[in-house]
Design a protein around this ligand. Structure first.
Ligand SMILES: Cc1cc2nc3c(=O)[nH]c(=O)nc-3n(C[C@H](O)[C@H](O)[C@H](O)COP(=O)(O)OP(=O)(O)OC[C@H]3O[C@@H](n4cnc5c(N)ncnc54)[C@H](O)[C@@H]3O)c2cc1C
Length: 379
């Protein structure tokens, strides 16, 4: 599957990442989930291995190979801790791309180079306590002040928000306008007036830190503007397709992880004198799960192919995100059923897989918003 998309170099890369995940991530995820954060050094380690720069230009230390990053997301999602994958993903797939697309040479030199090495960690701050899906309604506001800006407001649910060195913030610069009044700012988290107000405890994604941020008379220089004033919404949209594709890739891998575990368990667990796999109710459940996973994988690879060819396939990406993220919840739920009582405990990986999967239909644009996007393409 996916042979029409990936090349031998990607197969080699997949093997390398898989070995790394098995040796350096999987043995630690239980402890990281318990601690509600993976060690910050993981960024540095992955930077040393060259894993953080796959989609970035070679001149900044990257590989300029978006498919390699796709492989990385698939393999990270097999680690059994979506929170760990999410922390890395927020840095490489949603925060740094904004700098790749819209940064000045100076911003790229400073933030991309260190970000690709894992020496600095980024976050993307769009969502606010009063608005998520409706990005145009954000209230964090910047007023021009001499050669800089003064920002007041807050953000919530920000992945890496508790530990990031810098955050790409969506901020209103024209209150009278909706989408057309948003500007992106690239802000160091040690700026006076920047405060991480609390860490948020969650149902799943526990190994990633998720934070609420507040900005009080936070003065930033003029060169903190990322891209063009009042073009922030269009800039954010530029990377939505990639963010959603990475979530689809993760959802397919997450579902595969749950399927593999459930299949192995069904062949081992004996009830009424035979492995439960021998009951048609169970084997048909597994057949449905496998079919849904392959459907999701193919839809995702098709959208990825269109994206790689240079388009912005909004419909196909929204379809892939909608289908795979909902599918991952269904598949992990069925996997839990196959594990019976053990599935409901923390002694097997399925309870966490289901908790982690539940974020998919919410984060990066909800399933309802994906349906809106798909419907609009037919209007
Ligand atoms: C663990 C986690 C990590 C996150 N990481 C980040 C991050 O790094 N950066 C960031 O900026 N955000 C992040 N988010 C926020 C996430 O993107 C939002 O939660 C998501 O976009 C939904 O916004 P909301 O929570 O405000 O829900 P709302 O927009 O308030 O929606 C509530 C419900 O109403 C529905 N709804 C809203 N509008 C419509 C409509 N037009 N039609 C039909 N139904 C509608 C939604 O689908 C949903 O079911 C994260 C969230 C979580 C939980």
């Amino acid at each position: 599957m996916g042979n029409y998309l990936f090349e031998p170099v990607h197969d080699d890369f997949r093997k390398t990442v898989r070995e790394f995940v098995e040796a350096e991530i999987i043995p630690n995820v239980d402890a990281w989930e318990e601690a509600e954060e993976f060690p910050i050094e993981l960024f540095k380690r992955m930077g040393e291995l060259g894993f953080l720069g796959m989609q970035y230009p070679e001149e900044y230390g990257g590989d300029d190979d978006i498919l390699a990053e796709a492989v990385l997301h698939e393999e990270l999602a097999r680690c059994g801790s979506a929170g760990t994958a999410a922390g890395i993903g927020a840095h490489i797939a949603i925060a740094m791309p904004q700098i790749k697309y819209f940064g000045t040479p100076e911003q790229k030199e400073r933030y991309l180079v260190s970000g690709i090495k894992g020496e600095s960690v980024g976050a993307l701050g769009i969502t606010e306590p009063n608005t998520g899906s409706d990005v145009a309604a954000i209230q964090t506001y910047a007023v021009a002040d001499g050669d800089g800006w003064i920002i007041n407001g807050s953000k919530t649910f920000i992945t890496n928000g508790a530990r990031a060195d810098w955050v790409v913030l969506a901020v209103k610069t024209d209150k009278e306008k909706g989408h057309a009044g948003i500007t992106q700012f690239l802000v160091d988290t040690n700026t006076a007036g920047f405060e991480m107000t609390r860490r948020i405890h969650k149902l799943g994604w526990r190994a990633s830190d998720t934070a609420e941020l507040a900005f009080t008379d936070m003065r930033v220089p003029g060169d903190a503007v990322l891209g063009t004033v009042n073009q922030g919404f269009l800039q954010i949209m530029r990377n939505f397709a990639w963010e959603r594709l990475t979530m689809s890739l993760g959802a397919v891998s997450g579902a595969q992880f749950a399927f593999d575990a459930a299949l192995a368990y069904a062949k081992e667990r004996v009830a009424f004198g035979k492995p439960i796999f021998r009951f048609q109710a169970i084997s048909h459940m597994l057949a449905d799960m496998a079919t849904e996973i392959e459907a999701g994988r193919n839809l995702t690879y098709y959208a990825l192919k269109l994206y790689k060819e240079g388009g912005q396939p909004f419909r196909e990406v929204a379809m892939a995100k909608l289908f795979t993220c909902d599918m991952c919840v269904r598949v992990t739920d069925r996997a839990l059923q196959i594990f019976g009582g053990y599935g409901y405990t923390e002694e097997y990986p399925i309870a966490r897989a289901l908790r982690d999967a539940r974020l998919g239909p919410i984060g990066g644009g909800t399933s309802e918003i994906m349906k809106d996007i798909i419907a609009k393409t037919y209007a």
